[in-house]
Design a protein around this ligand. Structure first.
Ligand SMILES: C[S@@+](CC[C@H](N)C(=O)[O-])C[C@H]1O[C@@H](n2cnc3c(N)ncnc32)[C@H](O)[C@@H]1O
Ligand code: SF4
Length: 469
């Protein structure tokens, strides 16, 4: 194992520092079904008013000197975890995957031909699903196709999401060979009773071995995903999981609150709802996790990410994208694959979700775009404020004014009203804007929603949005 333990795990005998008082009534008041604000407007508002012809124009209109980011979606897993809310499907056969990859290569060709020239790619992300379901040969094939079509270099930050249960030394070698330099491992929870209840059994050894494959190849940037709010989790069980994760010494840890949306995600109907923790338990778990990780030397970033103080996530300006928190500040994002979302200065485009429809469209040389959103000036203003709140828990009125001019005054007025109506001491004015207090930070999604012009507050869609605490 090349990565050494970063710091000593948080110990339960140490006295917890006093935390701001947050009682159950307060938690229940703010525990609502709300967006996670990985974009604004959120993807459920995308519609057919934006389609392939807009996407063609937006690609062709990109400035030649911009920084570009690329996301590639692999919507396949060997089996479906019961809690999963990702856009993926289970397959035991490789043929559907091979057919999908042919289509992705075709989409790469179509998209690259629409770009004004070969643009500099600063970030590349393979997500899913489980990109490590691909064979070593296909990993190389896809990596080479990307290199041939886009401006990828050794400077490109290249991250891949890994299901440790699928990883082999050969696959790790092919990923590193094509330039992968960042890794994100799915763990969620190490407790056997929780793993049984979520349909995902994954030993600590399996996880450690997958990590070792990459560490032996010199990879030095690792993220681990955890989830709290799962069935049968307790603060004590989470502490045991966190100790094991800290022993793996990842550079970053993402801790997501479980999004339970069984009306949309049929696999989640396998989850025993009676065993799910309630809002106050979720809140206490998140607080405990934060304390444990901070004791171990990790720094909390935004709502749910933690990083070593020397990791770029802690040292650079935080941004938000569809994967969560990132240092990626590229001017445009190209999304490849079924359901993938692209972001351009003019707005968002999204590919069709069904893999069969995606293959049909792109095989004929068409784009896979079926919906999107063209950003108005008001959208851009609100997107800026919501992103700063999600990342910094604050925003500067001056920065908003510098970017958006006089229209910012209306938003400032809205912020004043939010402060005036929030009697709980969760948000306050600063010399130059507004910030959430320590007590208010866990409820940041609720404050972001105050600036969301499209959220229907009288009929918030519980089937679409997850619990905000
Ligand atoms: C694409 S998966 C990660 C890679 C790989 N498929 C795996 O699971 O190991 C993305 C991550 O989303 C998170 N996730 C999935 N479903 C979720 C849900 N319902 N609520 C919260 N987080 C969820 C999990 O932490 C998961 O690791
Ligand atoms: S959590 Fe990961 S492995 Fe499990 S179904 Fe979702 S994408 Fe697949």
């Amino acid at each position: 194992m090349h990565v050494r333990n970063y710091m000593v795990a948080g110990r339960s005998d140490e006295k917890e520092p006093p935390l701001d008082f947050a009682d159950e009534a307060l938690v229940n008041r703010y525990a609502a079904a709300l967006p996670r604000y990985t974009s604004y407007p959120t993807a459920n508002h995308f519609n057919a008013s934006v389609g392939p012809s807009d996407y063609r124009d937006w690609l062709g209109g990109l400035d030649e000197d911009i920084a570009l980011s690329l996301y590639l979606h692999i919507p396949f897993c060997e089996s479906l975890c019961w809690y999963c809310a990702c856009s993926t499907k289970a397959t035991r056969r490789y043929e559907p995957i091979a057919a999908y990859l042919d289509a992705v290569e075709m989409e790469m060709l179509t998209v690259s031909q629409l770009l004004p020239r070969r643009l500099r790619m600063t970030h590349l992300h393979w997500g899913g699903g489980s990109p490590d379901i691909l064979s070593s040969d296909d990993i190389r094939r896809l990596g080479n196709a990307l290199k041939n079509r886009f401006g990828i270099s050794s400077e490109t930050e290249f991250a891949v999401e890994i299901d440790p249960r699928l990883m082999t030394p050969e696959k790790a070698a092919s990923l590193v060979e094509i330039g992968v330099n960042r890794l994100s491992l799915g763990v969620q929870d190490f407790e056997p009773v929780v793993q049984k209840a979520i349909g995902r059994e994954q030993s600590y050894e399996t996880t450690r071995q997958a990590l070792d494959f990459f560490c032996n190849l010199g990879i030095r940037s690792v993220n681990v995903d955890l989830v709290y709010g799962l069935p049968y989790q307790t603060e004590a069980s989470l502490e045991r999981t966190v100790e094991k994760v800290i022993a793996l010494s990842p550079h970053r840890i993402a801790v997501f609150g479980y999004a339970h949306l069984p009306q949309r995600m049929h696999n989640q109907r396998m989850i025993d709802e009676a065993a799910l923790p309630g809002p106050m338990q979720r809140f206490s778990m998140a607080r405990r996790l934060t304390w444990l990780l901070e004791q171990a030397g990790y720094q909390q970033l935004g709502l749910d990410h933690f990083a070593r103080p020397d990791d770029s996530l802690a040292t650079r300006r935080l941004s938000r994208n569809f994967q969560g928190y990132t240092t990626d500040r590229a001017d445009a994002l190209i999304g490849l694959g079924a359901s993938a979302i692209g972001r351009f200065p003019q707005g968002y485009v999204q590919n069709v979700v069904s893999t069969a429809d995606y293959i049909r469209r792109v095989e004929q040389g068409n784009l896979g775009t079926v919906r999107g959103w063209a950003l108005s000036q008001d959208d851009k203003l609100r997107a800026f404020v919501i992103e700063r709140l999600m990342c910094d828990f604050a925003f500067s009125s001056q920065a908003v004014h510098d970017r958006f001019g006089s229209v910012a005054a209306e938003l400032r007025h809205e912020a004043e009203c939010v402060v005036a109506s929030a009697a709980d001491g969760l948000i306050e004015r600063t010399d130059d804007g507004f910030r959430l207090t320590q007590l208010g930070r866990p409820f940041v999604r609720s404050f972001c929603s105050s600036f969301d012009a499209y959220l229907n507050r009288t009929a918030v869609d519980k089937s679409r949005h997850s619990l905000s605490v």
